[in-house]
Design a protein around this ligand. Structure first.
Ligand SMILES: O=C([O-])[C@@H](O)[C@@H](O)[C@H](O)[C@@H](O)C(=O)[O-]
Ligand SMILES: [Mg+2]
Length: 422
């Protein structure tokens, strides 16, 4: 029998990496995206990696949880989850940026536990000489497909030089962006982040994508910017064009009203974001596709539990993404590879990023997909110089919470966050 592997200490390093001026329903991305890199160290000398959000409250909770996990065996994930819950003692996080739905004390525990779980699976895999996908039941696919993730965007952050993507504020810019993303990465599915302009303009952009890329699955996600009536209008206009319509309107009741009449499935990463939201969603038939995300569903094994529930209730399963780095991409890839009913191309913000903390080579896009790493654990290694540089950038950039609305209001003081807006 293999030995216990005890956690001796955990390092939590916040980092900031450059992010373009991407527009969404609540404002615009700030010049830096924040992430936290976790290194879980053990008495066997094996270290595991995790990656998560780095908003100030979340960082504080990560550190509280880290102290409570010292001494536990990395195989005892259930005890670790309980230890995190006890350490947080009902402390509940908040969704300041308004893009990820309701946060409860249970879902806060899942959010905090997630990167520790990923790091412990990395350690278990390294100790056993097996990739993380094997610990999740084994890969059912060797490559994981991802979708192109298009954004309306400004050419630059105010005062900066234009980035290499340039401006995209209408159909022409969006089609050009899609073309480059498809040429560079080979994506086969395409998602447009909407909720930025009037719905008629976004319908036009989706139609332009359909014309430019016939046969490719298309998605539109306005992050609940529309009323039920507007959502139904868009659903009628894009009948036969969208693979799924993501979070057109706020709340399960509203989504259910849209779902009753829309021809395409509705997907969500806003109104079903925790286990206790599944039962009402199923009873209401509010959504047909759940976008999983191990960062808030409590890690990779609890995301597999979500997959089982979706399978049982005949819900489709796709994968959500925020701005992220390579540790997260590795975890997402292992999870998707080992989840048979994850049949949609996963979201990723990957192409928007120009800086990284993992050493190059382990994760490459080809034909829109990433090969599942076969090395033990997650199969990625930290680039320590890059980690130090991006940590310095975190210290000097001054950002401590994601605040797309606040940043937009600094540029346009008349900007208001409205849900729904149209
Ligand atoms: O990065 C963004 O602006 C996205 O809107 C992100 O925050 C969302 O959580 C996400 O991509 C989504 O699918 O809603
Ligand atoms: Mg979404």
């Amino acid at each position: 029998m293999s030995d216990a592997i005890h956690i001796t200490h955990v390092t939590v390093t916040p980092v900031a990496f450059r992010d373009p001026a991407l527009l969404n329903a609540v404002g615009v991305h700030e010049p830096y995206a924040l992430r936290a890199v976790l290194e879980v160290c053990t008495d066997q000398g094996i270290t595991g990696l995790g990656e998560t959000y780095a908003d100030a409250g979340h960082l504080r909770r990560l550190r509280q949880a880290a102290d409570a996990l010292v001494g536990l065996d990395v195989h005892h994930l259930g005890r670790m989850h309980a230890a995190v819950a006890a350490a947080l003692g009902g402390d509940t996080g908040s969704d300041g940026h308004g893009l990820t739905g309701m946060i409860t004390s249970n879902s806060t525990v899942d959010r905090v536990f997630s990167p520790f779980e990923v790091a412990c699976l990395d350690i278990q895999g390294k100790a056993a000489g097996r990739p993380v996908s094997d610990l999740l039941g084994g890969a059912v696919r060797d490559r994981v497909p991802f979708s192109a993730y298009l954004f309306y965007k400004w050419a630059a952050h105010p005062g900066d030089e234009p980035d290499s993507w340039g401006e995209a504020l209408g159909p022409e810019g969006i089609v050009a962006q899609a073309r480059r993303m498809i040429d560079d990465y080979g994506f086969t599915a395409v998602k447009l982040k909407g909720g930025v302009f009037r719905p008629e303009e976004e319908i036009e952009a989706v139609r332009a994508l359909r014309e430019a890329f016939p046969g490719r699955p298309l998605r539109l996600d306005p992050n609940a910017a529309w009323t039920v009536e507007t959502s139904l209008m868009v659903a009628r206009e894009l009948d036969g064009v969208l693979e799924y319509l993501e979070d057109p309107t706020p709340g399960q009741e509203g989504m259910a009203r849209v779902a009753r009449e829309a021809s395409m499935p509705l997907a969500t990463n806003m109104c079903v974001v925790a286990f206790d939201e599944l039962k009402p969603a199923v009873s209401l038939d509010a959504v047909q596709v759940v976008l999983s995300d191990h960062h808030y569903w409590g890690g990779l094994r609890r995301s597999k539990l979500l997959a089982g529930i979706c399978d049982t209730f005949e819900l489709g399963l796709s994968m959500h993404s925020n701005s992220h780095l390579g540790i997260s991409l590795a975890a997402m890839t292992h999870l998707a590879a080992a989840t048979p009913n994850l049949t949609y191309a996963c979201d990723t913000h990957w192409p928007w990023k120009t800086e990284e903390v993992v050493a190059p080579g382990a994760l490459e896009f080809r034909e829109g997909s990433v090969a599942v790493p076969t090395a033990p654990g997650l199969g990625v290694e930290l680039d320590r110089d890059a980690l130090a540089r991006l940590h310095e950038q975190y210290v000097s950039c001054g950002l401590r919470d994601r605040d797309d609305t606040g940043y937009m209001r600094r540029i346009d003081p008349s900007y208001e966050r409205k849900v729904p807006r149209w």
